[in-house]
Design a binder for this molecule. Structure first.
Ligand code: ATP
Ligand code: MG
Length: 426
């Protein structure tokens, strides 16, 4: 016997129950985005490999080792998208959404990185991404932080659950100067660096600041801080953001080692970190990328955004959302010759009259006993029973499955009226 085919490592199925809750959660996220006046876009899951190389950076973890890249049958080099900012900028330039315009955009969908699978780290994962264009000021950075905080609020996450960390990466000139000082310093401590850090020394020294190795961390502790090289304008931008956050009573922690793993960021970067998720604690990460639009070939346009890891967020809220799963309103039991057509007609009539009332039809016949068993298993609030005697008299029996309430017999019209008026009590 051949063995069953399994899904790809790090790529997961969602069972019906969790998927329903995920939908509820996504609905709440979308509600917040609407409240803030953001518009949804959709872009392809596959893009030209070059797009990610040119935007995320050749020597980042994502491009160097995490991308699903391949040559297609026509000889084009393509990649499954590892993140959404590059695609958004590409789409914005290509379709003329950015030129002389302000945009507040969002998207949600699957992303792909060939990482070592572990809790909170998958090879197919989902992100809610938010990207804004044409806003240069720190007020937009504050709006993005406020928006993300509203998401935690509507999901019922207590404020102390997520810590806001912010930092500024300054502008390219300051970064270049800091970079050379940093390389000099790290070279002076070369013997204490691990192989990974050594290999990053010339290519992407900023990334070493992010190392998880305690020995490297100890070296990094006294490394030159980018903060000390920032120019006046970038510093003012950061100060203004901090004042806005303080005025809004949003607690934050300035983390000078927060650098982000993608090259395109400048000035403000931020993360929301949960301490209850273990090592993979960053639920939301973002910042400014004022240079990316120009870098991809269009006129310079300031931009800022963030991405939320849907799986990480879901694991924080899934447990206390259990009671928010949508419940089936009714299971329709149809007994005897000719009842099936009448039952279908009744179910259709109810669905037309009351779109929020959900009806599941019994398909495949069966005795009253086996149909009632299915009704119980469906989790429905009521069983609507259409037997031969009911059919003859134009009645339907309503049996309450979740409440201790006597069953009722109603005419079909009465039933439909009660359902439309919401007076059935389910
Ligand atoms: P990390 O440091 O955790 O690898 P990152 O800097 O690579 O994160 P981003 O590219 O900024 O992450 O993605 C934004 C968010 O998407 C992360 O904060 C996280 O919540 C989520 N995320 C990123 N990679 C994965 C993954 N492989 N599996 C699940 N979620 C992920
Ligand atoms: Mg990563």
């Amino acid at each position: 016997m051949s063995s069953n085919i399994q899904s790809i490592r790090g790529m997961h199925d969602f069972a019906p129950g969790p998927t329903e809750l995920l939908r509820v959660m996504e609905g709440k996220l979308i509600g917040v985005l609407k409240q803030y006046g953001y518009q949804e876009i959709r872009t392809p899951v596959v893009e030209k490999l070059e797009l990610f190389k040119r935007s995320i950076g050749e020597v980042t973890d994502i491009v160097e080792k995490e991308m699903y890249a391949f040559e297609d049958r026509g000889g084009d080099y393509l990649a499954l998208r590892p993140e959404g900012t590059a695609s958004t900028v590409r789409a914005g330039i290509q379709n003329g959404w950015l030129h002389n315009q302000q945009q507040r955009l969002w998207y949600m969908g699957p992303f792909f990185r060939r990482e070592r699978p572990q809790k909170g780290r998958y090879r197919q994962f989902h992100q809610l991404g938010v990207e804004t264009f044409g806003h240069a000021g720190p007020d937009m950075d504050a709006e993005l932080i406020l928006l993300s905080r509203s998401i935690w609020r509507v999901l019922g996450l207590p404020p102390e659950h997520l810590e806001l960390q912010i930092n500024t990466l300054g502008d390219p000139a300051a970064r270049a100067e800091h970079r050379s000082k940093l390389i000099e310093y790290l070279n002076d401590h070369h013997d204490r660096l691990d192989d990974d850090a050594k290999s990053r020394l010339e290519s992407n020294p900023l990334r070493i600041l992010d190392s998880k190795n305690p020995e490297v961390q100890a070296v990094v502790k006294s490394a030159p801080l980018l903060m000390d090289y920032l120019d006046e304008e970038a510093l003012q931008h950061f100060e203004a953001l901090k004042s806005q956050l303080t005025a809004l009573s949003i607690p934050f922690h300035v983390n000078p080692t927060l650098v982000r793993g993608l090259d395109y960021y400048n000035r403000t970067v931020f993360e929301w970190v949960s301490h209850s998720l273990g090592a993979q604690g960053t639920v939301c990460a973002g910042g400014r990328y004022d240079g990316l639009v120009e870098q991809l070939g269009a006129r310079a346009t300031p931009a800022a955004g963030f991405a939320i890891g849907i799986e990480r967020l879901f694991s924080l809220v899934e447990e206390h959302m259990a009671d928010q799963a949508p419940k089936l309103s009714a299971y329709l039991v149809a007994l005897g010759e000719g009842s099936s057509a009448a039952a279908f007609a009744l179910a259709e009539r109810i669905r037309e009259q009351q779109p929020t009332f959900t009806v599941q039809m019994n398909c495949g016949g069966g005795s009253i006993k086996s149909q009632m068993k299915r009704a119980d298993r469906s989790g429905a609030q009521v069983a609507l029973i259409l037997g031969e005697s009911e059919l003859e008299r134009g009645l339907v029996t309503v049996k309450f499955l979740q409440q201790d309430q006597p069953q009722q017999q109603l005419s079909l019209d009465q039933l439909v009226i009660q359902i439309t008026e919401n007076s059935l009590g389910v």
